[in-house]
Design a protein around this ligand. Structure first.
Ligand code: HAM
Length: 413
């Protein structure tokens, strides 16, 4: 026998028995995000590598370690590790800045990161997300967070925690970075390798380190003092205060977390995450924030923007297992030609109908009907002679015989 080929590590099949859960997430995304005026956009899964090195940032783990990159016709191409950069590229390339602001876009699709797979972390995973362009006021941040919270509510997920922080603007952040570096300098040799690398390139990311020895260093009082200092400038502070006012008014519960810095370089001012206590170490279902510099950085007119993305696998793991919808009817009969005709007739009327293509015994067909359908539609000799069908509700056992033309009514018993 030929050798079996297995799915790649960190990737998964979405099997027919689970696909209804994905449909549910996608349908709710369309419903909820449409209410806020977001329109769906679908961008390619492959982009030029430079989009991510310039967009996501070449000090990030994503760009340094996790991208699936390959050469084709002398071009370096990358499977998208996230979709903000791609949506920004499309926004610029398609002249969406000429549209009246705000431009609101939502998306769903596969992302690829070469990470160490574990529960809740895959190499191919799916995100659903939104991006809003053209509004610098914190109303946009608040609306985007509200859209996220209400999407999660629509899925039936209420037991989640919203965390927010403000990273300030490049100007006030620079000062903070220098202070942080100065206070960390005496401990440099005790930091992990990643932190030592980030020390020069992106010291803010040190705050996000999960290594115990590093965490202990950050607990030192002189370092805590810097972390907890209100480093952001007056304008950034006003933006942040106003955002919190809107969230309070809209009854969105949130926690402020000074250590929330996010793993992508493009953020300024607001950053947020939504976390669950039921997910183990990979507990973030949603991450996002404001990225006012990215459109300009990628060659467009400077445009303020804010958005988020959610991991769909993580959402599904939090949802109670729902049963897939059953067929409307399963035709039980030993008259194959008549059955075929009836099935097509009912499908033409919009019903989901199946029958046994291999003409098994009547009793076997009934057993199958009970497993897969809401109703058994029985077509025996008598029924055919009288142009009737018998319809059995497989939940209640109730059965009626009706004229064939009105059989669809009986299927709503
Ligand atoms: P991110 O935090 O890298 O942000 O990803 C957002 C969400 O995607 C995470 O909170 C998590 O639920 C899910 N996720 C990320 N990596 C994996 C993985 N390896 N396996 C499973 N799920 C994963 C972004 O991607 C930004 N583009 C979000 C954004 C949009 N910011 C502004 N606009």
């Amino acid at each position: 026998m030929a050798k079996i080929i297995k799915v790649l590590k960190g990737t998964k099949d979405i099997l027919p028995q689970d696909v209804h859960m994905w449909h549910f997430l996608e349908k709710k995304a369309n419903e909820v995000f449409s209410k806020y005026g977001f329109k769906e956009i679908r961008t390619p899964i492959i982009e030029v590598t430079e989009l991510f090195s310039r967009g996501v940032g070449d000090t990030t783990d994503i760009v340094n370690k996790e991208m699936y990159t390959f050469e084709k016709s002398d071009r370096s191409i990358t499977l998208r590790p996230e979709n903000t950069a791609g949506v920004v590229r499309s926004y610029i390339e398609n002249g969406m800045s000429r549209l009246p602001a705000p431009v609101k876009l939502w998306y769903k699709g596969s992302m690829f990161r070469y990470e160490r797979p574990q529960a809740g972390r895959q190499r191919q995973f799916h995100q659903v997300g939104v991006e809003m362009f053209g509004i610098k006021q914190p109303t946009a941040d608040a609306e985007v967070i509200l859209a996220a919270v209400n999407y999660l509510k629509a899925l039936g997920l209420n037991d989640l925690e919203v965390e927010i922080n403000s990273l300030g603007c490049p100007k006030c952040r620079e000062e903070f970075k220098n202070k942080l570096k100065a206070v960390l300098k005496p401990y440099f040799n005790d930091l992990c390798e990643d932190c030592q690398n980030r020390y020069e390139k992106n010291p803010l990311r040190l705050l996000d380190c999960k290594v115990e020895d590093c965490k202990k260093i950050f607990e030192k009082s002189e370092i805590q003092e810097i972390i907890n200092s209100d480093f952001i400038c007056e304008e950034c502070a006003e933006h942040y205060t106003e955002l919190k006012l809107y969230l309070d008014k809209m009854d969105v519960k949130y926690k402020e977390n000074k250590l929330l810095v996010r793993g992508l370089d493009y953020y300024n001012r607001t950053v947020f995450e939504i976390k669950s206590n039921n997910l183990g170490s990979q507990n973030a279902v949603c991450g996002g924030g404001r990225y006012d510099g990215l459109v300009g950085q990628l060659g467009g007119e400077p445009t303020p923007a804010v958005g988020f993305a959610m991991g769909m696998e993580r959402l599904i793991s939090l949802l109670p297992q729902q049963e897939a919808d059953k067929l409307d009817g399963y035709i039980v009969s030993n008259f194959l030609t008549d059955t075929f005709v009836l099935a097509e007739e009912l499908r033409g009327k919009g019903l989901n109908v199946e029958f046994d293509l291999s003409n098994k015994k009547f009793s076997k067909q009934l057993e199958k009907a009970a497993k897969v359908a809401k109703f058994a539609i029985i077509l025996g000799e008598d029924e055919i002679a009288k142009n009737q069908v018998s319809v059995k509700n497989l939940e209640t056992g109730e059965q009626v015989t009706v004229d064939r033309e009105i059989c669809t009514k009986a299927l709503k018993l």
